[in-house]
Design a protein. Structure first.
Length: 331
């Protein structure tokens, strides 16, 4: 039996749904869910095992894992080594990507499915639709909804097939299940397995209960920071000290502040850095992911993402400068 691996983003519906769709379409035997912090380390471990002869990989799918200036060259190098070791590599993503990196990946033999127009799950469904049934279209539509890309051409067509309220309920509950399980890899894998078996989020045992508990935690944190939000010209920002991911709180700050851009951060003392989530409203007319990628790299950090949703890791001593520059560039 061929050894097929899918490595996908663990932190949101698009990444987890992408893993489930790839598992359904290609009978993948190993799913690895990673965040941006350990993506390159995991890939290095894979290629090391391949070189040592301890784990031959026949096919590798990498889904919903965007690159930054800090890791893009290393990413290209590792995938080239995988291909030289006779591993078929497919990279499916929708984050902003440097044209040079796109060219290098293609030149090295990576099969690329990439566009910023749709989320990764939609790309997977659309590319391999002959392998899927109507249920898979529902999961892809849920991913588009939670990635705020449901108005894109392919996504809007899929979303319109389903009862919108039911889709929103299932997609939101799934998002909260995933967010609440970032320290529970077994449950995340359970989600992937059950989605790949055509189960709806409400069918995942204990899932809706987790989502309910998580919603209460989010609202509790939001109430605790209301009076601490700092407003600058174009930007609202606040620190949280909760175990919750910043990404679960930042949209509340965006709505409460009325500013075009909102930022939520938490400090991580072991790496002397700030972990940041950023969101933009429709008033924000710049590509935040592109700006944050360039700005974080210039400040010895890393970051990037979508036009209206992105993140970064910035050294603590550079955080004030990051805020100053982001406010300036967010016009």
């Amino acid at each position: 039996m061929k050894n097929k691996i899918c490595m996908s983003h663990r932190e949101d519906v698009d990444g987890v749904s992408s893993a489930a769709l790839i598992k359904t379409a290609f009978d993948v035997n190993t799913i690895i869910l990673v965040d941006y912090a350990n993506m390159i380390k995991t890939l290095r471990s894979m290629v090391s095992n391949v070189h040592n002869g301890t784990n031959k990989i026949d096919e590798l799918f990498i889904c919903d894992l965007g690159l930054s200036k800090k890791n893009e060259n290393e990413f290209v190098k590792i995938l080239k080594e995988m291909i030289e070791a006779k591993c078929k590599v497919t990279y499916i993503d929708h984050h902003d990507l440097d044209k040079r990196i796109l060219s290098d990946l293609k030149k090295n033999g990576v099969k690329l499915v990439h566009s910023t127009d749709e989320c990764t799950s939609i790309h997977i469904y659309n590319k391999y639709k002959k392998r899927f049934g109507s249920y898979s279209a529902f999961i892809a539509a849920a991913a588009a909804l939670t990635d705020y890309l449901e108005t894109k051409p392919i996504a809007s067509n899929l979303v319109s097939r389903f009862d919108r309220q039911f889709l929103m309920l299932e997609a939101t509950a799934l998002s909260y299940m995933i967010s609440s399980s970032q320290h529970d890899s077994d449950f995340l894998m359970k989600i992937v397995d059950e989605l790949s078996q055509n189960k709806y989020p409400h069918d995942i045992e204990g899932g809706f209960l987790r989502a309910e508990r998580h919603a209460k935690k989010v609202l509790s944190v939001v109430k605790s920071i209301e009076d601490s939000i700092v407003l600058s010209k174009n930007l609202a920002y606040v620190q949280i000290n909760s175990e919750l991911p910043s990404s679960m709180v930042v949209n509340f700050v965006l709505g409460a502040s009325g500013k075009p851009v909102a930022l939520v951060y938490k400090t991580k003392e072991d790496i002397k850095s700030c972990i940041i989530s950023i969101r933009g409203s429709n008033e924000c007319k710049v590509h935040l992911g592109r700006i944050v990628n360039n700005l974080s790299s210039a400040l010895s950090g890393s970051g990037g993402g979508h036009e209206k949703a992105c993140g970064a890791v910035i050294p603590k001593d550079k955080f004030s400068e990051f805020i100053k520059q982001l406010d300036k560039k967010s016009r």
